[in-house]
Design a protein around this ligand. Structure first.
Ligand SMILES: [Fe+2]
Length: 602
């Protein structure tokens, strides 16, 4: 699949670097048509600027604020007439100058429904703010530090008041019918700061477009790119992602491409964002020019430029024969703040058949419901191919035989219609390498499914390994295991993997390979030349993310196994600098195995 992209136009506001920043927002100007403003920028607020520690009671809805002062926003102070140049409605209420902590409270009534709506908060803040709705924190502005906030907490740095739109997606469950109280603490960076400002618009909008599916992956270096894919029911003439640094104002737009989903009325949309900053948080939404029709904001983070922080991903395979099983393991996985998930084949168990379309719908539904955290961050996925992506399981299956195989996109799309249709990576010919800077590479391989293990793929693998001998974390991920834990050691494809790939793995310094397909958990001893060897490769996995389990071979009687268990699980991999760490978590969240390989060359 060719994923085209075009940068449409960039940047809606100036960067935050200049001293003066009083800009309007051409792109996001105005609220969506169907929104109700609950608190507007010029609202009357109760405020306390008495330099007094009010503890935590002040944010509670029942707190008695009757002795606080009152005045319309914007509230704050600034030298001379500078407040008149702040965004509309400009400085209206002057506060006591040169404090660190200012308290504000605003009561409002809400009588509408709380389903199918979302709360949105726009702000004009200097320097930092933390927001509480009915006593619960609902968000803090970018310059507010993490952790406990209290009287005297300083903002991280100076800023200037400017309109920041749609700063927080707020869970509507915090909203009550009837009386509500929004409480805000505003913090100066230092008492010597020349200004402070509060202005808030809280509004409620009709639920915006929710895509039928949404998933993130990569086609190129995950330190600087992100590929966003989503589905809509029916075609769509607008394919646009609007994105920018999280917590900032800047938004850019990138246009993508669409194609129909096989056997379905859905259309699949793909946008690749490029030239991103490594190790950075971004927000994005599916943009529509019609007001109120964009999606909510989601978020992602780019991978760091170096492995100088712990990088954590989950590995596994065989994800869904039962929706509830997949959902359960997904939920365990996302507890670990993953950078991504890699699944080595047998995804939805649709077998390339039209009548199993619903399995893909379920698969994407589970991922939408589990891989997006409460702040909207989406965990990216990298997906390999397995036998259940293929009609007949193998390129020569369904009686096609070796002579029926064709090394063409058309042949592969015929036998694996969903896999090549749904995922931007790896695309044709069904295998590919993803390089994370120069510290990690994931090599997705195809164990005889869309094409053969031997020949072209094996030659390609040797080239990829040759080119990556200096990469400290080099991981092959594939479906059928070289060292099976449930099926027979003499199984045909396992033998082919041992014959055509394992010698290359050994020659080019692979430390760990991820295997699947057997519906168990297994870890092998280090293996070299098909025997236990202290400088050998450990084969880990065996594919039981969300499937029924099989019986395992006896560890005592199987020379290559050191662990084998019939258990649904995920493998939590952490790399940092040269080190690797593998924790295996079962579907109940228990740690069932922990493996730390010896660092290389020691
Ligand atoms: Fe399989």
């Amino acid at each position: 699949m060719n994923i085209h992209r075009a940068i449409m136009h960039l940047t809606t506001t100036a960067a935050l670097s200049g001293a003066v920043l009083f800009l309007s927002l051409p792109v996001l100007a105005g609220l969506p048509a169907e929104s109700d403003v609950l608190i507007d920028f010029d609202a009357e607020w109760r405020y306390h600027d008495g330099d007094e520690d009010l503890g935590t009671a002040w944010k509670q809805p029942d707190y008695d604020d009757s002795d606080w002062s009152e005045g319309p926003a914007l509230l704050g102070y600034a030298p001379g007439n500078r407040g008149a140049r702040w965004p509309s409605p400009h400085l209206q209420t002057r506060l006591q100058e040169s404090l660190i902590t200012y308290y504000f409270r605003k009561e409002f009534e809400y009588a509408g429904r709380t389903d199918g709506v979302r709360l949105r908060l726009d702000q004009i803040i200097d320097d930092g703010a933390i927001y509480y709705l009915n006593g619960e924190e609902i968000g803090r502005s970018e310059l507010m530090p993490d952790g406990e906030i209290g009287f005297g907490t300083e903002a991280d740095r100076f800023t200037n008041p400017s309109v920041e739109q749609d700063v927080f997606e707020i869970d509507v469950s915090h909203l009550r019918e009837g009386r509500n109280v929004l409480a805000v603490m505003v913090a100066n960076h230092t008492a010597g700061s020349s200004d402070i400002c509060l202005g808030v618009r809280l509004s409620i909008t009709k639920d915006v477009q929710k895509p039928a599916a949404l998933y993130l992956t990569w086609q190129r270096d995950p330190t600087t790119t992100m590929t966003i894919q989503w589905h809509t029911e029916g075609p769509d003439d607008e394919v646009m992602i609007e994105y920018g640094p999280r917590g900032g104002e800047d938004l850019s737009r990138t246009e993508g491409v669409s194609h129909p989903m096989v056997f379905s009325d859905r259309h699949i949309h793909t946008v690749e964002l490029i030239d991103l900053e490594p190790g950075s948080n971004y927000r994005f939404r599916i943009y529509r020019s019609e007001q109120g029709q964009s999606s909510r904001f989601y978020a992602f983070r780019t991978m760091p430029a170096e492995a100088d922080r712990p990088i954590r991903f989950a590995a596994g395979g065989d994800t869904r024969t039962r929706k509830a099983w997949m959902e359960q393991t997904n939920r365990q996985a996302v507890r670990y703040d993953l950078d991504f998930i890699v699944w080595g084949g047998d995804l939805a168990y649709a077998d390339g058949r039209e009548e199993n379309l619903y399995r893909w719908y379920e698969w994407f539904e589970v991922n939408y419901n589990t891989l997006i955290d409460e702040d909207g961050r989406v965990v990216p996925i990298i997906v390999g191919i397995g036998n259940h992506e293929i009609r007949g399981g193998r390129y020569r299956g369904e009686g096609r035989g070796e002579e029926g195989y064709e090394d063409t996109d058309a042949f592969r799309e015929d036998i694996a219609p969903y896999y090549f249709n749904l995922f931007a990576f790896p695309g044709h010919p069904g295998y590919g390498t993803l390089d994370f800077g120069d510290y990690m590479s994931i090599i997705l391989l195809d164990t005889d499914h869309a094409g053969p293990v031997h020949g072209k793929q094996a030659s390609w693998l040797e080239e990829e390994l040759t080119d990556r001998q200096d990469v400290p974390h080099l991981f092959p991920v594939y479906h059928i295991p070289a060292y099976p834990s449930a099926r027979d050691f003499s199984e045909y494809v396992s033998g082919r993997v041992r014959q055509h790939w394992v010698p290359l793995f050994e020659q080019y310094g692979i430390r760990v390979a991820f295997e699947n397909h057997d519906h168990t958990y297994k870890r092998t001893v280090p293996i070299r030349n098909n025997e236990e060897h202290e400088d050998g490769i450990v084969y880990i996995g065996d594919g039981a993310w969300g499937v029924g389990l099989r019986e395992v071979h006896s560890v005592e009687d199987t020379w290559y196994l050191t662990r084998a268990e019939s258990v649904r699980h995920l493998i939590l991999v952490t790399i940092q600098d040269q080190s690797q760490d593998y924790k295996v978590i079962n579907e109940d969240g228990d740690l069932i195995d922990h493996y730390i390989p010896r660092p290389p060359n020691q």
